[in-house]
Design a protein around this ligand. Structure first.
Ligand SMILES: [Mn+2]
Length: 421
């Protein structure tokens, strides 16, 4: 029997909401997983990628992680891991550093046997390079086998990487695929193999409402997957439906019903009622002891400017506009890097440059084709001059110096700020 803790998407180094406390939270969650592994005598900790939030963690993050891995090593528990998309560098990986210190094993196509189970690894592979994969793994003499990988796999929702093909084509019969990338936990069966996502260990976005945790996977006669929760930063979600005559005061009352101490407070306002200023609610929550407060107003005000969307929810409005633009995959990737995510502001320029360089290096010209739309704006991928220019003859009427601001290059298309949003 082999019993391992399956974790992943720890995103160490993520300074969410730009507060240092959140940065500490991500490392603390990883420390909890490791402490649980030590306390419960797990045979190994398996990490399915995105140990770090991005490819340039600070020295503090690198050292903090080192400290946690040393505790695990002191308890003689192996740390087996693969490289995720967030942290992947083009040359050596951070995981290689820990491996060279004897604190980690970077899994690959050779078996690493723990107890009676052989573990293999498959790092995150960009979509354009997956067809070339042959899923050849060296044979093993263990009773069970597991593959650790990182990506969005079918048959899970939003999957783009066919796990059935891996299970069918792999030269090793896997009892389980231990997966990372999807931050919501989930388990499915494909043929004889169990596929399971462990989920993230801290909320990397406010969409991750469920409690965070990790998997405990036991390889015996059968594969058994159970979950254990983590004690993470409190997130308080407040949904307020305003009636016609209600406004700021009512939202404050509703928010005030919760214990906000040190919490991240996420307020969604919907319904009718008076216009409100999100800052008025955010200040109130901070006064009540919240660490961070964010307010989204989903109401639409049909005012005299006839804007189609509310200024209080610019994210959704920009989303809509970006969809209409018919951007290429490369451009959408850049847009998501700059605006949506996960990548700290200070890393955006480097990340954009590296992602475009990766696509060019991979020869993935299809990624630069605009999607179907009434007015395609394929100019953004040319930022930095790394795009293959000979593939862009259809874009010659577009300005190529948009400085990364999606859709901002064509002033005729957005006469007012309201229309843009
Ligand atoms: Mn992740």
């Amino acid at each position: 029997m082999t019993r391992v803790i399956h974790t992943g998407d720890t995103h160490i180094g993520y300074q969410q909401y730009h507060v240092p406390e959140r940065r500490d939270d991500f490392l603390n969650a990883f420390r909890q997983v490791v402490d649980d592994a030590i306390g419960s005598g797990a045979d190994a900790v398996v990490h399915a990628g995105d140990l770090f939030h991005d490819r340039r963690p600070t020295l503090t993050d690198v050292l903090g992680t080192l400290d946690v891995l040393e505790r695990l090593d002191d308890a003689d528990i192996p740390f087996l891991a693969v490289v995720g998309n967030h942290e992947a560098k083009r040359d050596a990986q951070w995981l290689d550093l820990y491996e060279s210190l004897g604190l980690a094993t970077r899994l690959d196509d050779e078996p690493r046997v723990i107890g009676d189970t052989a573990f293999y690894g498959l790092d995150y592979v960009p979509r354009s390079q997956r067809d070339a994969l042959d899923y050849e793994f060296a044979s093993h003499g263990a009773d069970h086998a597991a593959l650790v990988s990182h990506g969005q796999f079918q048959p899970f929702d939003y999957g783009t990487w066919d796990a059935t093909a891996i299970v069918d084509e792999a030269t090793v019969d896997f009892d389980a695929l231990l997966l990372g990338d999807e931050h919501a936990p989930g388990t499915k069966q494909v043929d004889e193999a169990w596929l399971t996502y462990c989920g993230s260990t801290e909320r990397a976005s406010a969409d991750e409402r469920d409690d965070r945790g990790y998997n405990i996977v036991t390889f015996d006669d059968d594969v058994t997957i159970t979950r254990r929760g983590l004690d993470t930063r409190e997130f308080v979600f407040v949904e307020v439906e305003l009636a016609g005559d209600e406004g700021l005061e009512h939202v404050r009352e509703r928010v005030g019903e919760y214990d906000l101490s040190d919490a991240v407070v996420i307020v969604h306002v919907d319904g009718e009622g008076e216009p409100i200023t999100p800052a008025g609610i955010e200040e109130f929550a901070l006064d009540q002891g919240a660490l961070v407060a964010r307010v989204t107003d989903h109401r639409e005000f049909a005012d005299e400017r006839e804007v189609a969307v509310s200024f209080a929810d610019p994210d959704e409005a920009v989303h809509e506009r970006v969809r209409e633009l018919g951007l290429s995959e490369a451009a959408r990737d850049i847009d998501e890097t700059i605006r949506a995510s996960k990548v700290p502001d200070s890393n955006v320029a480097d990340t954009v440059e590296e992602r475009v360089a990766d696509l060019v290096e991979a020869g993935d010209l299809a990624a630069f084709d605009g999607a179907d739309a009434e007015s395609a704006h394929p100019e953004t991928e040319a930022d930095g001059g790394h795009a293959p220019t000979d593939d862009r003859s259809s874009a010659t009427d577009e300005t190529a110096d948009a400085a990364g601001e999606t859709g901002s290059a064509d002033p005729d298309d957005q006469s007012t700020m309201g229309e843009y949003l």
